[in-house]
Design a protein around this ligand. Structure first.
Ligand code: SF4
Ligand code: SF4
Length: 96
């Protein structure tokens, strides 16, 4: 886990953050709405967890290796994760 000077890591944040299970309503597979999808570049990712915190669907998950990815059943392609990722490790690409 890389820590930016003066900032808490996402694991250290104890208040003001609520993350639900993937999908705000489990019966809605919001992935079917998607026109774009996020693609992670682990070469650029510093494992800060910002994408995990900001995803409005709570569908960004951390793998055992510490990198992140989205559950595509619930990702609606809003692009917030890519917008908030300051190392630019997430690119939004058109759905094929
Ligand atoms: S993809 Fe970006 S926002 Fe997400 S953990 Fe990696 S560097 Fe942080
Ligand atoms: S594009 Fe990113 S922020 Fe938006 S729903 Fe998908 S994973 Fe979450």
């Amino acid at each position: 886990m890389t820590k930016r000077k003066g900032l808490a890591t996402w694991q250290e944040i104890t208040t003001g953050c609520v993350v639900f299970d993937p999908g705000s309503a489990s019966e809605y597979h919001t992935g079917s709405w998607r026109a774009q999808r996020p693609v992670w570049d682990n070469q650029k990712c510093i494992k800060c967890g910002i994408c995990y915190i900001f995803c409005p669907e709570g569908c960004v998950q951390q793998s055992e290796d510490g990198f992140f990815q989205a559950n595509m059943d619930y990702c609606k392609g809003c692009g917030i994760c890519a917008h908030e990722c300051w190392p630019r490790a997430i690119a939004m690409v058109e759905e094929g």
